[in-house]
Design a protein around this ligand. Structure first.
Ligand code: SF4
Length: 166
């Protein structure tokens, strides 16, 4: 399945716990002021690859703890990202997903029947949610840029129906 990405980082320690394969998806509709990665906004930028090619990178690195889907906006290309997340979990690795959507916005889309959003969320272990807010920027927060963003335990939040943060 084709997917457009800005790039991969094979040994990230800043995009989640442990050593991670970071997948920078291409295309973002949020346009946060002060965005750290504006080159990822253009849906036609980056380059096209295949989900199987990214999984081959994962399979080739025995030191990894999991994949981090970041961007850009992973939910912008939700079908290939959900497939990548599903296959990653099937291999026993964890999935972190960074999104500009708030958890509550994702719930609204899922309640309206957006199956792709539901699938990507279901195959995410930790969701880092919310737009980057430059006024709330903090260097002391682990794994996120601004204090409005939350590290959400997805499985427990889906099971209880309320946001449970790590
Ligand atoms: S969601 Fe992320 S990539 Fe998109 S504009 Fe905001 S900070 Fe940038």
């Amino acid at each position: 399945m084709k997917v457009r990405i800005a790039g991969l980082v094979n040994d990230s320690i800043t995009d989640g716990s442990g050593l991670r394969l970071s997948v920078f998806s291409q295309g973002c509709p949020h346009f946060c002021r002060g965005c750290h990665n504006p080159a990822t906004h253009d849906p036609g930028g980056g380059h096209e690859t295949d989900v199987t090619a990214i999984l081959a990178v994962l399979d080739a690195n025995p030191l990894l703890d999991g994949i981090t889907l970041t961007g850009g906006e992973p939910f912008f290309q939700v079908s290939p990202m959900a497939k990548l997340a599903e296959e990653t979990q099937r291999r026993g690795f964890s999935v972190w997903t960074y999104t500009g959507y708030r958890w509550e916005e994702l719930m609204e889309k899922i309640e309206k029947g957006n199956a792709g959003f539901a699938k990507l969320l279901k195959h995410t272990d930790v969701l880092v949610d919310g737009r980057y807010e430059s006024k709330l920027r903090s260097l002391s927060l682990p794994f996120r840029g601004s204090s409005n963003q939350r590290l959400i335990d997805v499985a427990r939040s889906l099971a209880t129906g309320s946001v449970i943060e790590l």
